[in-house]
Design a binder for this molecule. Structure first.
Ligand code: URP
Ligand code: ZN
Ligand code: ZN
Length: 477
């Protein structure tokens, strides 16, 4: 009997901890050996000249999420995970979103129905808590956390989603008691509403004014408040999609005080600016997302934060709305004001190549940092490590083979999502994932999907160790 189902031979294997030349032996969907000159496998992949990396873990993406404003997400679990796999990602964590008035359990059951049998790579769920009733706080949330839904997002903005400070504290308190990770979308809702009204009264409704309605102070204030609430509740939090200097300053300050404040950023804050919203007609709406992209100086601050450890996670925040057609960016018409444009941009497939090329390729971050930010850290922060996020004996054989020399000009025609544009059209990158394995099965080779929907399995998550309060006390009070 062959000792291995598959051996990846002669590659350079990198994890968040080190880089080494060795073979990878895979059996039963798991890594079972790392070493030189491994015995022959039933199948062999020659990885000479290639990097052998843990598959990406995209811990922030939206697939088939009900929106409530008539718009429809362009990607379901099949097209979304197909696109992810073709970009070197092997695990995604999208969001089961509670609608106000809905039970959280019902939202999770609905989301399972949307995912079952459709994904080509493995997936877990974050929850989005929008209606923290007594029943949700006292029973549903604790029970769901114990069932493996160990992270949830809360919003400080968007009328249909936002919580007030008291509600945030209630949610943080449950997270503390149960050991879950809370992700926070930090923008001050009232400030945005006030600015939006003023802009619209002045006739300033074009997409570019989306950025004016959400200046950095709005993000800074909410980030500071989220940190203060977390301090009061004595629980770690993770601030998602951080866009620029002012929020970074708050996070750095809190981290400097020894607080467990984690932070995520995304490609749009490295590769886009507010100028990308300033395009003829409605074109700028393609880049409407929140917080909005800032400017070149802020891009540099984000790079500094990636290099220096302010950020632990680099996610896509893939939120797929088509530009053309009646249910995407133009759901309220081609001339709709910016405040009526669905927020979010696609990026699940381009996340890794963009960071690899501008980060590792151009010497801004090391290969180990790249793996940490895009795979190992999100797996740790959301209770999936070491099953996901590394190449080690016992880990799932979720592996991406990268050609570090492959030059690609990003174009929507090349991508596998269902969105009709990419905001990164025309950007040249060096380095591309040429083959992706999910639990030892080839799911993507040279841009061709080779897996069937249903290969991807649901992953219940462990309680993440980084969500433990620093003090280790039994309760904040
Ligand atoms: O604009 C964004 N980021 N849309 C996606 C939803 C969210 O808040 O992450
Ligand atoms: Zn958000
Ligand atoms: Zn998001």
């Amino acid at each position: 009997m062959d000792p291995f189902d598959l051996v990846i031979r002669h590659g350079t294997v990198a994890t968040a901890g080190d880089v080494q030349r060795c073979d990878v032996g895979i059996r039963g969907g798991r890594v079972v050996a790392l070493g030189e000159g491994l015995a022959k496998g039933k199948e062999e992949i020659d990885a000479t000249g290639l990097l052998v990396l843990p598959g990406g873990v995209d811990a922030h993406c939206h697939f088939d999420q009900p929106t409530g404003d008539g718009s429809v997400m362009a990607d379901d679990f099949t097209s979304g995970t197909r696109s992810a796999a073709c970009g070197g990602t092997t695990t995604v964590i999208p969001f089961a979103c509670q609608m106000k008035g809905q039970s959280l359990r019902a939202a999770v059951e609905d989301y399972h129905r949307r995912a079952d049998g459709k994904a080509v790579i493995d997936y877990a769920f974050h929850l989005i808590v929008t209606d923290p009733t007594e029943q949700v706080i006292g029973q549903e949330l604790p029970a769901l956390i114990r069932d493996g839904y160990t992270s949830f997002k809360i919003y400080m903005t968007y009328d249909s989603l936002k919580l007030n400070d008291r509600q945030i504290l209630e949610v943080l308190d449950v997270a503390r008691r149960e050991g879950a990770m809370v992700m926070i979308h930090a923008e001050n809702s009232d400030c945005i509403a006030w600015l939006t009204d003023k802009l619209e009264l002045a006739g300033k409704t074009a997409p570019k004014y989306h950025a004016a309605a959400r200046p950095m102070v709005v993000e800074r204030e909410a980030t500071h408040r989220a940190i203060a609430l977390a301090e009061l509740a004595d629980v770690p939090i993770l601030i998602v999609h951080v866009s620029g200097a002012e929020a970074v300053e708050q996070i750095r300050w809190a981290q400097g005080r020894g607080m467990r404040i984690y932070a995520e950023t995304c490609p749009q804050y490295l590769f886009l600016t507010a100028d990308d919203l300033d395009q003829p007609g409605h074109e700028g709406s393609k880049c409407i997302c929140s917080p909005p992209p800032r400017d070149k100086a802020n891009q540099q601050v984000i790079w500094d934060g990636l290099q220096g450890g302010v950020f632990q996670v680099f996610s896509s925040d893939h939120a797929p709305f088509r530009f053309d057609g009646p249910d995407g960016k133009q759901v309220h018409g081609a001339d709709a004001p910016f405040s009526k444009v669905p927020n979010g941009i696609p990026g699940v497939e381009t996340r890794l190549p963009l960071l690899f090329s501008a980060g590792v390729g151009e010497g801004r971050i090391t290969l180990e940092q790249f793996v940490a930010l895009t795979s190992a850290n999100p797996a740790r922060l959301y209770g999936l490590y070491p099953r996901k996020g590394t190449i080690a004996v016992g880990s799932d054989a979720d592996v991406a083979l990268w050609d570090p020399q492959r030059e690609v000009t990003i174009s929507n025609a090349l991508l596998h999502h269902n969105v009709d544009y990419t905001p990164y059209e025309g950007i040249r990158v060096t380095g591309w994932p040429v083959l992706t394995l999910s639990r030892g099965a080839v799911v993507q080779r040279d841009g061709t999907l080779t897996a069937q929907p249903g290969h991807g399995q649901f992953l219940p998550c462990d309680l993440p160790a980084p969500a433990r309060p620093r003090t280790g006390r039994a309760g904040a009070v």
